[in-house]
Design a protein around this ligand. Structure first.
Ligand code: FAD
Length: 417
């Protein structure tokens, strides 16, 4: 491990003490911890303005973290899902909007990268994918390009229950894309939008899902709608309209049919939003301990730790935090292609638990710290608002996790009544 980088109190480190980390993971986590305090300083402004954290992205770029999940052979850090999640949760402690948007970018390299290596492709598909992904990875590693991941459309598609209504028609040398995406984080800020759409055939099918990188300056692409939400304001998740947008053949981020395969065989790919909220939960707990100890900078050193009710509240928060963290870390150990059924069910349970408990830990933090914590001068009210968004994120919203846990426990694949 790089010993020049700061050490973190293990209670507030994502993996805690005595969790097995390799040298690369330790160095990446230390790097994220080093960047974090700068992100925390800027978080209030991005939240107030609902503006994109460009300065944080400049820092991520300079630190080499834009290439976190780009395989090493393409010049990246080669982080797997577990390593990515630990770094993402660390960033989430400092700025939720940065961590959440970083998820969209990092997954645009994780999915066509290490994850796609596990999927079945013909030799021809594999060779074509290797060539095309080299183009994407070079943009990220050499040119510092940032990718977004706009999937949601306001239909059942982002929930994985219907084909995407955004379509791509095959034309000479590429694809012609038409449609609309909503809640597109990094809208107006990304260099490329990794769009999920359906190949335009007489019958639209989820099996024909395409994953295409649309350049941010492509003619026919417009960013629309305002953005003044409750939380995660720095994500700038506005709408995207595609009107006859041409995407060249090398814009395909996965070969035909492979996204559909990934979605069913690599379910943990949909857990990658939860680390952001794991980080927020840790931040709310850490803030509460420091507040009650009179250690929050800029506040009078008034201690409130002597009241039994405060001690009980902190105990309750710790119990919830540790339950959440234990399931988070366990889920990361499970992440692989074709996981057994118990691991898949545990992934749903982990996602549900992280999203719901992050908000609950923030609720307890506000109640415990009291009126001061409602003020915009302190980060707690922002953590509270940001944490509210976790359970709403498709495809694995808290509701849909419960749906899946219940259904998949009671039905085996192919069974029906
Ligand atoms: C801050 C933020 C950033 C976001 N960034 C992105 C992004 O970068 N890319 C992106 O693609 N999306 C993004 N989203 C969108 C997000 O993933 C959801 O798609 C969006 O919040 C859903 O909006 P909705 O409530 O209108 O969905 P609705 O479709 O109205 O769903 C509402 C709820 O109903 C349930 N539901 C939905 N469909 C079904 C179904 N078929 N069966 C049973 N229950 C169902 C779900 O629990 C869902 O939460 C972001 C959202 C937020 C809040």
């Amino acid at each position: 491990m790089d010993t020049r980088l700061p050490q973190t109190d293990p209670r507030y480190a994502v993996a805690g003490s005595n969790f097995p980390l390799n040298g690369k993971q330790k160095a990446l986590l230390a790097l994220a911890e080093e960047l974090g305090p700068r992100f925390a300083e800027r978080a209030e402004r991005y939240d107030r303005e609902a503006s994109f954290p460009f300065e944080n992205y400049a820092d991520l770029r300079a630190a080499g973290l834009l290439g976190l999940c780009v395989p090493e052979k393409f010049g990246g850090q080669g982080a797997d899902l577990k390593t990515y999640a630990l770094v993402s949760a660390t960033l989430g402690k400092y700025c939720g909007a940065t961590a959440l948007t970083f998820n969209m970018h990092a997954c645009s390299t994780l999915w066509p990268g290490i994850l796609a290596d596990d999927l079945d492709m013909t030799n021809e598909q594999r060779a074509g994918h290797e060539k095309r992904r080299a183009v994407h990875f070079e943009r990220v590693v050499k040119q510092g390009a940032v990718y977004a991941q706009p999937f949601s459309e306001g239909s059942a598609a982002a929930a994985g229950k219907a084909p995407f209504g955004t379509t791509a028609a095959k034309v000479e040398g590429g694809w012609r894309v038409n449609g609309k995406k909503i809640f597109a984080s990094l809208a107006g800020a990304a260099h490329y939008y990794g769009v999920l759409c359906t190949e335009n055939k007489p019958e639209l099918s989820m099996r024909d899902t395409l994953y295409l990188a649309v350049p941010g300056d492509a003619p026919g692409l417009t960013v629309t709608g305002d953005w003044d939400p409750l939380g995660m304001r720095g994500t700038v998740s506005r709408n995207l309209l595609f009107k006859d947008v041409f995407v060249p053949d090398d814009g395909a981020m996965m070969p035909r049919g492979v996204y559909f395969q990934a979605a069913s065989r690599w379910p943990h790919m949909f857990t990658t939003l939860s680390p952001t909220y794991m980080g927020i939960a840790i931040a709310a707990y850490e803030f509460t301990v420091k507040y009650l100890r009179g250690e929050v900078s800029g506040m009078p050193p008034v201690k409130r730790r002597m009241y039994p009710t405060k001690q009980i509240a902190v105990a309750e928060m710790w119990v919830k935090l540790e339950q959440t963290r234990a399931l988070f870390l366990r889920m990361l150990e499970d992440a692989r292609v074709d996981p057994p059924k118990d691991a898949r069910l545990r992934a749903y349970a982990a996602q549900y638990t992280i999203m719901e408990n992050a908000n609950d830990i923030c609720r307890l933090a506000i109640r415990t710290c009291g009126g001061q914590s409602m003020l915009k001068s302190l980060p707690l009210e922002r953590l509270y608002r940001d944490s509210r968004c976790g359970a709403l994120m498709l495809p694995w919203t808290a509701e849909l996790c419960l749906d899946r846990i219940g259904r998949e426990a009671l039905y085996e694949p192919g069974e029906d009544d």
